[in-house]
Design a protein around this ligand. Structure first.
Ligand SMILES: Nc1ncnc2c1ncn2[C@@H]1O[C@H](COP(=O)(O)OP(=O)(O)OP(=O)(O)O)[C@@H](O)[C@H]1O
Ligand SMILES: NC(=O)CC[C@H](N)C(=O)O
Length: 633
């Protein structure tokens, strides 16, 4: 018997997934099926092209690369292309970069790119990266965001050389603002938004630009007023410090006497400096100066800041010695979802999702809870590379990249979403040694007890057989994954009220031909689990601009729950051996439930959800096994 079992394990290793039907089949069978489908497709194409030029439909589809051929070089984006050019512009011995989030929300997928670019660039060149909180707007910032942001960076496998805060430099920046006034390069202005807009060319931007009277104040007046702003003599928004740039002649709006200091409306105490300051520097004043204070050699940001480069360099040249270099790369946008904080808040407040970490969201918290490993997220970003163009990607492409990563790195188990018992009448109990990976023996194996009654998925049985159906039906034979002999259904019973199948009876088919299809099963004594299958949260590709508003675009079927799923007990070992895989960021420190990842054969990739308890297993689908989730033939 042991021989037979070994042989079966060998055979299972050779099975492949039929992506169209979700069946596990032999390579030969898959080849036949593909040929048959190609013949059918060609016949259909011929029919529809009868009056047209046939040449276009005759193109064979490009063969997708095998997962193992697609391992990404994480350094490729620094070795060539845009980031290599940036380095060549300033080939510094000690590269210092910074990642500068505003602590006003949780990070999202786009930020993962910024983290990979900044930390990766410095790491590649043997330098270091500072995590700098751009905390210049106390009305929007909260302590919990500082903590979560740092945790996310570490989860992605990066270590800041230092954690700094723009607010550490408030006094120094204030002193430099006074210096700027004394240089006659800044003035306190009292114009409101309407008047300021007029100075900048009006609504259409076409009227002549001009300076207001405040620009003519002398240094003493400006200093007195600026100190008055600092000391609370002005109401919020009634006075602001403006840089004296070139509003009339320079075509760049970033040079139109932009704000340097403001008195925030809400006067919320600052998370770190409390009520010490009533005035705060703007991004345009603070960012370039902080970059200089910290010796940032390459200040890498997204292309919305291209025009800011001029004011960045203008201010630094006037006030500080060390000149950092700003360069801009394209943002990463994902279609079919939203990442803006305001939109995310709407979803949470309307109870559309469970919170900031809902697995359907593309916050990094959500991505993490869904079970996507940090290495997979990074390899997706490395695969896209970095240029100056905005990278617009579909969820499908994102998921395909994650799937390829998981395929190589997580163990396999058997899970049944909607179990139906099959009594194998001539069955005898035996232990089967099942490998965690059909391809990688290093992952080891585990024992599954083959019981007389096993559970298969309801969708793998049909009361009435048909020619194109290859799974279980009365009189039909199907293979059970990893089991020496296939089974043939002999009878079944139904629930009288619901009509649902209650029990299937089967026998081993030891003499017949090798089955065409193998299905997954679990034995008696398997573990109950709640399985959550998530689909796209939105119906359209651009929910942010949906005609009826964001909420009208929500897909009402974005979550399906299978409350009575069963998973084989090999799950215990997978859980004990987590994280899967042990990649940077999860290798050390506390590992969360989401690191318990596996492929449920023929179903999907799953991870343990944080709603799980010692008594209850809750699983999230990370991604489907193939692009379209509907698996039934
Ligand atoms: N979609 C994105 N792609 C690449 N980099 C991004 C993206 N969004 C933000 N970043 C970068 O991350 C860094 C920190 O961002 P910060 O939190 O200040 O961003 P933000 O622009 O306010 O983000 P959002 O408003 O989308 O939450 C910045 O350098 C910013 O340019
Ligand atoms: N220069 C930058 O990278 C911009 C960072 C800044 N916190 C912002 O997005 O507003």
């Amino acid at each position: 018997m042991a021989d037979a079992v070994d042989k079966v394990a060998d055979n299972v290793a050779k099975l492949v997934l039929d992506e169209e039907t979700g069946d596990m089949v032999t390579k030969n069978e898959l080849k036949k099926r593909i040929q048959k489908r190609a013949r059918k497709a060609a016949a259909a194409a011929n029919r529809s092209n009868a009056q047209q030029d046939k040449s276009s439909s005759a193109q064979p589809a490009a063969k997708p690369a095998k997962p193992e051929e697609r391992v990404i070089d994480p350094d490729a984006m620094f070795k060539q292309g845009f980031l290599n050019e940036v380095y060549k512009l300033r080939p510094s011995k000690e590269v210092v970069t910074r990642f500068p989030p505003e602590p006003n929300g949780y990070l999202h997928l786009g930020h993962a790119k910024a983290i990979a670019v900044n930390f990766g660039f410095a790491r590649y060149h043997g330098g270091r990266t500072i995590l700098r909180f751009d905390d210049t707007n106390p009305d929007a910032e909260k302590g919990e965001y500082f903590v979560a942001i740092e945790e996310t960076i570490r989860w992605l496998g990066f270590t800041p050389s230092e954690i700094t805060y723009a607010s550490d430099n408030y006094q120094r920046m204030y002193d430099l603002a006074e210096k700027l006034i004394k240089m006659e390069k800044a003035y306190v202005c009292h114009c409101d938004d309407v008047e300021t807009k007029k100075q900048r060319g009006g609504e259409d931007g076409l009227s002549p630009r001009y300076r207001c009277e405040h620009a003519n104040q002398d240094v003493e007046t400006n200093l007195r007023k600026f100190r008055g702003m600092r000391d609370g003599e002005y109401e919020p928004r009634s006075a602001w410090l403006r840089m004296k740039q070139d509003i009339v002649n320079n075509p760049n709006p970033q040079m139109w006497d932009i704000a340097a200091y403001r008195i925030p409306k809400d006067q919320e105490p600052h998370y770190r400096t409390g009520t010490k300051w009533r005035i705060y520097p703007t991004y345009d004043f603070a960012h370039c100066l902080c970059d200089s204070f910290e010796g940032i050699t390459h200040s890498l940001c997204t292309t919305e800041f291209i025009m800011s480069r001029e004011s960045y360099e203008w201010l630094n040249k006037l006030l500080v010695d060390f000149q950092p270099m700003q360069r801009e790369y394209g943002r990463l946008n994902l279609s079919g979802t939203i990442m803006s904080k305001r939109g995310l808040r709407t979803l949470i407040e309307s109870n559309v999702v469970r919170g900031w970490d809902d697995p359907r969201l593309y916050t990094i918290k959500g991505i993490r809870r869904r079970g996507i490993p940090p290495g997979a997220l990074l390899s997706f970003i490395y695969e896209l590379g970095v240029t100056t163009s905005i990278t617009q990607v579909s969820i499908k492409r994102f998921e395909q990249s994650i799937r390829v990563y998981l395929e190589r790195t997580v163990p396999r188990l058997m899970l049944v979403l909607d179990p139906v018992p099959v009594v194998i009448e001539d069955g005898e109990e035996q232990d089967l040694d099942i490998p965690f990976s059909p391809k990688d023996p290093k992952l080891g194996s585990h024992t599954v007890r083959l019981t007389k009654t096993v559970y298969i998925d309801r969708s793998d049985f049909r009361e009435v057989d048909s020619k194109d159906y290859f799974r279980l039906a009365p009189g039909k034979t199907v293979g059970l994954l990893n089991v020496p002999h296939p089974i043939k259904a002999v009878s079944f019973t139904k629930d009288e009220t619901t009509g649902a199948i209650k029990e299937i009876r089967a026998v081993y088919d030891k003499e017949g031909k090798k089955p065409k299809t193998y299905i997954q099963w679990v034995p008696e004594g398997s573990l109950p689990a709640e399985v959550r299958i998530h689909e796209a949260l939105f119906k359209s590709d651009s929910p942010g601009s949906a005609p009826g508003g964001l909420l009208s675009d929500v897909n009402p079927n974005s979550e399906t729950i299978w409350p009575n799923a069963l998973i084989e007990t090999g799950f215990h070992e997978v859980k004990r051996r987590a994280p899967w895989p042990a990649a940077e960021g999860e290798k050390t420190g506390e590992v969360g439930p989401e690191t318990v990842r596996f492929q449920a054969m023929r179903v999907a990739y799953f991870a343990l959800d944080s709603d799980s308890t010692d008594d209850k297993i809750v699983l999230n689908r990370i991604v489907a096994l193939k692009e379209d989730s509907g698996k039934n033939a």
